[in-house]
Design a protein around this ligand. Structure first.
Ligand code: CTP
Length: 439
């Protein structure tokens, strides 16, 4: 059933904006409205900020849509605030970066036409109404008028206010998922984040689109952004469950499925992440990556590499995934033996793992023994280094070569285990090792 809602200027958000937004942001929006009037264009706040204001959440991501020449408007706005300006002519979008770092996105209102599904849209300047029509869901297609006496009025062409109240995620038209398959994932993201539900028609369209290969046509970075955004939500156990229920995990890899075992493990992971955050508040981890490692845990190296390539994971993240994959099983086996480890042995065991791997270890073993070892390893004053360097070994008359690495490694172990405590003792030990190794 399609309900028709007239564009409403009925509700004014000036007070809400003033109360909820940082004072500076509110003033800048007022000023943007004034400037629009002087420039003969109309400016509107669009997107997530409108939704979040109405839901009582705070966001400071500000998107402004302009009926008229948005790029000229962005230029004037930047000039008057001494702000930096970056314009993307092809997309008719601009960033205005204020001297205090606050960033505002400006776009010329456009009606987009898609050359083919998943293509980047071509831009045709147009009205706000058309601009809002090309958006993903009704709750994201609301706008706030910034112009003159209408400042603060909500503009609602597509029933977004009603859907916000009814906690409903609804597409604006039946081709929405085909136009942009990232919306399959976005629907779940908003549904789970706000505790909303998908309207029946939207759910049907989503299922239809999920059964095709549309998602396969998304570029690596676009698919990755969506998957990672879902794994970065407050409780990824829910978003993962929903992806599984709607058969979307297969787009990560056909072998990624939500087994009962994985479900249990996801809960352990949730607890391990909470433990880590409490224990090491100054050492944040890439939470989404931890969940990603868990999701892909059953894949072998070749399949994992295929996933990393498909999602075009940046090297830093991909390297962590590979390292954890290569080392986690053997590390947990050693820990499972529960033999007392010398500090140097614990150090060698953990040294190669990124923090994200520690969390998986803590989750997998659920053992306070392992948590103690990890805590000792991570605590900064345990990061001992030998005093001697390669340069010192050279001064001692030792011949440079692979021997240096071996000596420095053994010196580190001796330091960690408390066998040497001074530079002199290190020198003695270095000589002994060199003699023993024939250096
Ligand atoms: N949008 C869309 N379709 C997409 C991506 C974005 O229609 N595939 C529109 C929506 O109107 C959205 C706005 O662009 O509100 C801004 O997008 P984005 O910043 O990604 O989302 P937000 O709604 O701000 O959500 P979040 O709070 O997660 O950033």
């Amino acid at each position: 059933m399609t309900m028709l809602f007239p564009a409403t200027h009925g509700r004014n958000l000036r007070k809400l904006m003033r109360d909820r937004l940082p004072a500076k942001v509110f003033k800048r929006l007022e000023d943007a409205g004034r400037l629009a009037g002087q420039s003969g264009v109309s400016a509107f706040v669009v997107g997530g900020l409108v939704r979040d204001l109405l839901l009582g959440h705070t966001t400071i991501d500000v998107d402004i849509a302009v009926e008229g020449d948005g790029m000229a408007f962005a230029g004037r706005l930047a000039d008057r605030h001494g702000a930096a300006l970056k314009i993307f002519e092809r997309f008719a979008t601009a960033y205005v970066v204020f001297p205090d770092g606050f960033k505002l996105d400006v776009a010329t209102a456009r009606g987009e036409s898609y050359a083919h599904p998943t293509a980047l849209p071509a831009v045709k300047p147009s009205s706000l109404e058309k601009d809002l029509y090309r958006r993903d869901f009704t709750i994201n297609a609301l706008a706030i008028d910034l112009n003159g006496r209408h400042f603060g009025d909500v503009i609602d062409y597509y029933g977004g206010l009603h859907d916000l109240k009814a906690k409903t995620i609804r597409v604006l038209h039946d081709r929405s998922f085909v136009d942009d398959p990232t919306r399959l994932f976005r629907a779940i993201r908003f549904e789970q984040r706000f505790g909303f539900h998908l309207d029946a028609n939207t759910l049907g369209l989503l299922r239809q689109a999920a059964a095709t290969d549309l998602v396969h046509r998304l570029s690596g970075p676009r698919l990755r952004n969506e998957v990672m955004a879902l794994l970065a939500e407050q409780d990824p156990r829910r978003t993962i469950r929903r992806m599984a229920g709607l058969d979307l995990l297969r787009f990560i890899h056909p072998a990624v499925t939500l087994t009962p075992q994985l479900s249990v493990f996801l809960s352990d992971l949730h607890k391990a992440l909470a433990w880590w955050a409490k224990q090491f508040p100054g050492r944040p981890v890439d939470r989404a990556l931890v969940y990603f490692m868990n999701l892909t845990e059953r894949l072998d190296i070749a399949a994992t590499d295929a996933v990393l390539k498909r999602l075009a994971l940046p090297n830093r993240q991909a390297d962590k995934v590979r390292t954890v994959k290569e080392r986690l099983a053997s590390t947990s086996r050693v820990l499972a033996r529960r033999r007392a480890l010398k500090p140097s042995q614990a150090y060698r065991l953990f040294a190669a793992l990124p923090d994200e791997g520690f969390i998986l270890l803590a989750a997998r073993t659920k053992s306070s023994h392992v948590k103690r070892l990890l805590t000792a390893h991570v605590t900064p004053d345990r990061h001992v280094k030998p005093s001697l360097t390669g340069e010192d070994l050279k001064k001692m008359g030792l011949k440079p070569g692979p021997l240096y690495g071996k000596i420095l490694d053994r010196l580190l172990d001796a330091r960690l285990d408390g066998q040497v405590a001074s530079e002199d003792q290190e020198r003695d030990l270095a000589k002994k090792i060199a003699n023993a190794l024939g250096g």
